[in-house]
Design a binder for this molecule. Sequence first.
Ligand code: XMP
Length: 339
Amino acid sequence: MDQIKAKKSGIFDDASETKKFLEEQKAAIKARVKDSPVLLLISGGVDSSVCAALLSECLNAKQLQLLYIDTGLMRLNESQKVIKALSLLKAQNLYHIDAEEDFLAALKGITDPEAKRQIIGDMFVKVQEREVQKLGLPEDYFLAQGTIYPDLAESGKGKGAEQGLVKSHHNVRSPLIEQKRAAGLVLEPLGSLYKNDVRQLGQILGLPEEITRRHPFPGPGLAVRVLGEVTKEKCDILRQADAIFTDELVKRGLYDKIWQAFAVLLPLRSVGVSDGTRSYGWTLALRAINSVDGMSAEVFNFAIKDLREIAALISSRVPEIGRLVYDITDKPPATIEWE
Ligand code: XMP
């Protein structure tokens, strides 16, 4: 933990700095954007939700378009929660695009982790371009994203570019974003912030705690947590298991003590016994880590009692899962996500 504590977790020392940042950003965005339309891509996570709240505060409601592409790779009931939270903002134009079929079809038969990320990134762009066309925005619209500092650093962009590519984050390297970046039309108001800063900013902007305290979730969603080929059936199994894991962490008062926790469905079946007969169920890995910025991480020290009870609950409620394991690898050498 010491190594993690010693690292920078944010740029704000107190609430007055957060407020100052907010006021400066609002003024800077207004000055830069003027009357041009702004399209914000929403992923449903903390970062893009905070970005939506920030932009809603400083742009006029007609000027801002919020585009939420539902990839079908989201967690249980996630889309409904996202839409409900966003509808509380002042923004008038909120588009919810159900693109599950597009994403699952593009991922069919693909098992390589980088290929999956690339395909998801490309599909985001394709769906986004298709939907943007429907909106009829002029050429010079601004594209806004809730990208934060570690996203830019790990994708070999921005101030952390010298670190090179670890994984291609779908939301940083897409051709449309590159093209918009070259034209000076990308808005990334959270680009200098760490996760903790974004949470503080979200609180000041009045977002519900359910959103601001949420664990990070990767843009490619469950596709990087269903190892190997992604199918709807596997996503459904993972969604059920992941929701039980999260609910239990909340009930046990552990959720806020952990930086990120989730389940991973492995492409591995093993023999078990159920009601006296042989079963052959999937293996599920549970991962829970602590971190300050996602760039390094340490495994969360569970009480074995909690782990065993949670594992028993998952295997009894999700019959397709026959075996559970706990991932005890720090980052490095392992990354937080398995793919
Ligand atoms: P890794 O797996 O690289 O993850 O140790 C570090 C943090 O970033 C999240 N993550 C992503 N976030 N787009 C995102 O917005 C992505 O493509 C992506 N990949 C990983 C991961 O969940 C962790 O919090």
